[in-house]
Structure formats: C-alpha cells, structure tokens
Design a protein around this ligand. Structure first.
Ligand code: BTN
Length: 250
C-alpha cells in the first residue's frame, strides 16, 4: 500500500498505516478512546490476529487484502445503529463495483459475496461513543487456506486481474461517507430498502441460522422496520433474526 500517496489524496484525514498489527480494531479502539477524529483510518498490510464476527478469525494475508478500521463519530439516531452494518455493506459493494467493476451480492447482515463466495466482511464495535467500522476485503489473493476453499474468493480471482488497493480504498472511504450521510439525514428507512433490493438473501432464500447453539431452518421473509431479518421457519414459527450466522441450505 502506498500510504504516502493515499495521505496526499486525503490531506484532511488521519491515516495510520501499519506493516504488521494484531488487529486494526484494537488500535482504532485505542485511538478512539484517546479522542481521535471521525474518519480516522487504521490500516495494515498484515494482521496477525485479524478478527471476524462470532469469534472467528479473519484471514489477513500480507500485502494482498484491505484490512482497515474506520472511526465514525456521526450523529446517528440510536434506532439507526443496527442498520450501520447494512449501510457499510452497501458502501463496500459500491466501492467494489466502481473500483474493480465487480457486482457483489450481500448476505444479511455483513457478508459481501461474489458468486456465493465471500470476498469481504464487516465488523462493527462501539468505543468511547464512536463506532469502529472494521472492513476486510480479499483483494489480490490468488489462493486461500484449505478451510476457506469453496467459501472465500478475492477480487483478483473473480476479475482475473490484479486490483489497485489504493484506488479501492479511496472509493471505499468515499462511499462509507456517503452512506453515513444518508443515514444521518434520512434515518434507517432508505438503507433498509436499498439493502433489501440489493441482497438476494433477504426474501425467499432457504437458509440455516445459528442461534446460540441451535440451528433454525427456514425461508427468509424480508427485513423488518429495524433492519432485522425475518425468517419463516420450517416448523411454522416466524422468528426475527437479530444476530447470527446466516448460511444457505436446502
Ligand atoms: C466478518 O465477516 O466476520 C467480519 C470480518 C472483518 C474483518 C476486518 S479486517 C479489518 C478489521 N480488523 C479486524 O481484526 N477485523 C476487521
């Protein structure tokens, strides 16, 4: 990553780039607790303990991906918070479309997919009244460890060419700003509508959902007004999914 060039393109923004770090989430949280400004970016070439959702690890091969955490201090209505992840998913999708020319699918709440394989993920956490938006994009990977075979892909694998991480990050920061602005100005409605229109997973998909140890099986039935996923269970019971891993199943 040419972080000097990046900083020259965005002189107003604080960008901290690391060669190796445990997780950009930890460093961004530390900076947020010290009062770092909204928009501050912590990025790394490599993460040794990259974190995914639900206690999983995020495969962070050196020099090939975008591993960034962005500090967001925005005037979101508290009711909007669960929708921030959805807005970030739309922002990542848009950045990949304009930066790499690839159209992605979104799987509620935070998976970005190309041909059903994951190319990016989003992790959000709160720290000192800031939201830390952690975004991992598999950019130039040409292979993955065996446990990710069949479930992960990269922009390079999908497009057949090496992609510029610098240009992708510029697109990403612009689209994150755009979606945050939309949320601040118009609340959660437009983001929920856009997510529902964009994601093939929101309605009529057969899925399994991990719910604290038990597995729910059913068909997705849209998003409710809070942005949570509704599931029509095979047992006839309707459930609102507030968190949990959603996977395709037969
Ligand atoms: C997921 O899909 O499970 C979320 C993955 C989030 C990964 C990113 S990479 C940058 C930031 N630092 C981390 O440790 N995790 C997030």
């Amino acid at each position: 990553m040419d972080s000097e060039w990046l900083q020259s393109q965005l002189p107003e923004r604080r960008i901290e780039w690391h060669n190796t770090i445990g997780s950009t989430m930890t460093e961004a949280s530390r900076l947020a607790s010290l009062g770092a400004a909204s928009g501050t970016v912590v990025g790394a070439e490599e993460q040794t303990t990259g974190r995914g959702r639900q206690g999983r690890r995020w495969h962070s091969e050196p020099g090939l991906g975008l591993y960034v955490s962005i500090i967001l201090r925005r005037r979101f209505n508290p009711a909007t918070l669960p929708v921030v992840t959805l807005a970030l998913g739309l922002a990542v999708r848009e950045a990949i479309l304009s930066g790499a020319g690839l159209a992605c699918d979104l799987r509620w709440p935070n998976d970005v997919l190309i041909e059903s394989k994951k190319c990016a993920g989003i992790l959000t956490q709160l720290e000192s009244s800031a939201i830390i938006a952690g975004i991992g994009i598999n950019v130039n990977h040409s292979s993955f460890p065996e446990e990710l075979h069949g479930i992960a892909t990269s922009l390079r694998m999908a497009s057949g060419r090496v992609q510029s991480r610098e240009l992708l990050l510029l697109e990403l920061l612009a689209s994150v700003d755009q979606y945050c602005h939309l949320l601040e100005k118009h609340g959660r409605g437009p983001v929920i509508e856009m997510f529902a229109r964009t994601s093939s997973y929101v309605s009529g998909r057969r899925v399994c959902v991990d719910q604290e140890g038990s597995l729910l099986r059913g068909t997705t039935a849209g998003l409710n007004d809070s942005g949570f996923l509704m599931l029509r269970g095979d047992d006839g019971i309707n459930t609102v999914i507030v968190a949990g891993g959603v996977r395709p199943c037969s």
